[in-house]
Design a protein around this ligand. Structure first.
Ligand SMILES: Cc1cc2nc3c(=O)[nH]c(=O)nc-3n(C[C@H](O)[C@H](O)[C@H](O)COP(=O)(O)OP(=O)(O)OC[C@H]3O[C@@H](n4cnc5c(N)ncnc54)[C@H](O)[C@@H]3O)c2cc1C
Length: 651
């Protein structure tokens, strides 16, 4: 395995390093805005929630999966469970590698084709069962979950399913269903959250394109044989140009897997630095059309994002199992630690949050499978909420385990204790708050959708480039919209003490959600009126608005789940947990409401400016200086690779 103590892309410079693309803030936003799906063709529970309208009819009753399909999927989950129980997760952690036989076993089970249609050799699982499979296999080792998820949720199968033509599907999908691995390559040394700086270029040539560039952190990159690569096509005669998605054969001449990267967690991840030097890609491998790359990436992520919270749900379940058994067994100060209130609160948090998070994820999956709702907001909310909450749950588990929480599984086993890898789970979970849209970017993404109704009526009023005539017309349109909409925010069902009786003891929570959703919409409107176009910079405010929305969505999902399962064997227990979850979520939402207008945002922004200016550098004194060799971001140098290819093939 390679180490990461050398510059990731700093191969011997043969020519000049490529300077970072010069993109100002406005251009970066324009690129993101152009990639956005502007239309709302289907109803959205999340969008309505942010507008103060609790459209429970969109999520309750829950859509019912096709029974025959569900039965086949359950049979697969049974086989997967048997296989998962044979996987030595500790070995993957120790050797930082998923063994070949595990990869072959997954291929034999068709786990690489879970999301691929049966007509292409896959299993054709619904989102619901696909996510259940990831939850399950991720509990054997989270790196396996990440492998299968990157392969199917963002790798070649998903964009082809949404945007590929028949010929492409027939050419690539059977290979992938049979066990070839795919990866998704967007990130570059200079491109993280902001794709406008993309510098990998696809130059049009006879019959196709020539690809040049370096891609960073591609999950599965060392293993993959088929890649989705995002590259800039320069605008020219006959070419509209723009960021474009290509399917690239990883074995094409000119593709070098230069490094395998290593991380804080997910030690089994096969993550690469991949160089493209003069790589020919046939025209037939363009997904969609030129210029559609970012839209494809974003649309792919609408459902693709569901796989990450599936792993978070798995982590919650695992944390709960450990916390429950350990806290009942461990006696300190004359009592099992579960009976000390400080620990009891953590147990209740883990149990209730796992219940709420699973309710949210299952709901999103069912809505995605049902295809009658636009789930872009809901999927983004569950990614955001799942990654943050799973991190908190794992952290609380470590606290409950005390010193043993900090000890590695191998060390515990060597002392003759149960090999519980809580510290590994915490490390493995940390990346979820960063990739597939960092928490900060998810806040902005969801906030953009949440205020879309305002922008679409008031857009020209706040657009500095709009003419006076356009501003006046927008003013009239906005006046009419707000005259109709604002009165609907003052009263609603949530004020009626008998409302939502169909939720039984949980009705009070649904009434709260209804009232809070209207309050949230009112606060958003005040913010629009106060800050207008500057609202998009008020990230503290917007982040809280989104987090409140996430809590309200989670509460709704928990109550709907409890209602749907009321007649089942765990009906009463589920209702209790939904109640505990809603009480906790409500307190979090209230705390967020409290800080919407009463906070230190402006103070912090001013202080941060002074931090960056060095005014507070004296506070850093007393420790050794940080390393000062090497650039913060290694520039990439065009040309053929000068390092050994580190690709891995498992069969
Ligand atoms: C283990 C791992 C696996 C990965 N797998 C893949 C993969 O398969 N394919 C792929 O293409 N990429 C992959 N990535 C890349 C990943 O998606 C990026 O790390 C992520 O998009 C963040 O980009 P960045 O790290 O460059 O952070 P930056 O964009 O440099 O951001 C740094 C910080 O600033 C914040 N920030 C940035 N812009 C804003 C803003 N406008 N407002 C507020 N805050 C902001 C970010 O949230 C972050 O906290 C992977 C990364 C890792 C570590």
């Amino acid at each position: 395995m390679t180490t990461t103590d050398e510059p990731t892309t700093g191969t011997a410079p043969t020519t000049q390093a490529v300077p970072a693309a010069s993109v100002d803030e406005r251009q970066a936003r324009q690129v993101a805005e152009a990639a956005r799906e502007a239309d709302w063709r289907q109803p959205s529970f999340g969008k309505e929630l942010f507008l103060g309208r609790l459209r429970l009819d969109l999520i309750d009753p829950l859509p019912v999966p096709d029974p025959e399909r569900a039965e086949r999927a359950e049979a697969f989950l049974g086989r997967l469970r048997d296989f998962a129980s044979t996987v030595d997760g500790a070995r993957i952690e120790r050797e930082a590698r998923i063994p070949d036989e595990v990869l072959r076993g997954l291929a034999d089970l068709k786990a690489f084709g879970m999301k691929i249609d049966e007509k292409y050799g896959g299993l054709g699982l619904t989102n619901l069962h696909y996510c259940k499979a990831l939850t399950l296999i991720g509990s054997a080792n989270p790196s396996i979950g990440a492998l299968l998820s990157a392969h199917q949720s963002i790798g070649v199968p998903q964009p082809l399913k949404l945007f590929g033509n028949d010929e492409q599907k027939q050419r690539f999908l059977p290979r992938l269903a049979a066990g070839e691995v795919s990866a998704f390559l967007l990130t570059e040394p200079d491109v993280g959250s902001d794709p406008a700086r993309l510098s990998t270029v696809a130059t049009p040539v006879e019959g196709g394109y020539r690809l040049d560039g370096v891609k960073l952190w591609a999950t599965n990159g060392t293993l993959a044989t088929l890649l989705v690569v995002m590259a800039q096509v320069p605008k020219s005669e006959g070419h509209r140009g723009g960021i474009t998605a290509f399917v690239v054969e990883a074995d094409s001449p000119g593709v070098t897997i230069e490094r395998r990267n290593a991380f804080m967690g997910l030690r089994g991840l096969e993550n690469s630095v991949t160089r493209f030097h003069d790589v020919f890609v046939p025209e037939a491998n363009v997904i969609g059309r030129e210029g559609l790359g970012l839209k494809i990436a974003l649309t792919t992520l609408n459902t693709g994002r569901l796989s990450l919270p599936a792993m978070c749900v798995g982590a919650g379940k695992w944390c709960l199992a450990v916390a429950r058994q350990w806290a009942a067994e461990r006696v300190q100060w004359g009592l099992p630690v579960a009976k000390h209130e400080a620990v009891a609160k953590k147990l209740a948090f883990i149990a209730a949050t796992t219940y709420g998070l699973e309710a949210m994820l299952d709901l999103c999956c069912l809505l995605a499978d049902d295809e009658r709702n636009d789930i872009r907001i809901e999927a983004a909310l569950v990614k955001l909420y799942g990654s943050e909450m799973a991190w908190l749950m794992a952290d609380e588990l470590i606290q409950i385990r005390g010193g043993r929480g900090y000890e590695t599984a191998d060390s515990l086993a060597a002392r003759g204790e149960r090999a519980i890898n809580a510290e590994q789970i915490l490390r493995d979970l940390r990346i979820n708050r960063i990739f597939e849209g960092s928490t900060e970017i998810m806040h902005l993404f969801i906030a953009r959708e949440a205020v879309d109704a305002h922008l679409s009526v008031a857009g020209d009023i706040i657009d500095p480039d709009a003419t006076l005539g356009r501003k006046a017309r927008a003013g009239a349109k906005a006046g009419a919209f707000y005259a109709r909409w604002l009165p609907t925010l003052t009263v609603g069902r949530g004020q009626n003490p008998g409302a939502f009786g169909e939720y039984g003891p949980l009705a009070a929570h649904m009434r709260y959600v209804e009232r809070a959703s209207r309050k949230l919409a009112r606060e958003t409107f005040y913010a629009m009126a106060r800050w207008q176009g500057k609202l998009e910079r008020k990230q503290g405010f917007l982040g809280r608005v989104v987090d409140i929305g996430a809590e309200l969505f989670a509460m709704s999902a928990a109550c709907v789940r409890a209602r749907a399962e009321a007649g089942g064997p765990d009906g009463a227990a589920g209702r209790e947990l939904a109640d505990v979850f809603c009480r906790q979520a409500r307190l979090r939402a209230e705390a967020l409401f409290d800080t919407l207008w009463d906070n230190t945002d402006a103070v912090d922004v001013a202080a941060a400016r002074r931090v960056v200016d060095g005014r507070y550098a004296f506070v850093e004194e007393g420790v050794l200086p940080i390393p000062d060799e090497g650039p913060w971001v290694a520039p990439w140098v065009p040309g053929p690779s000068t390092v050994e290819d580190v690709r891995r093939r498992y069969r």
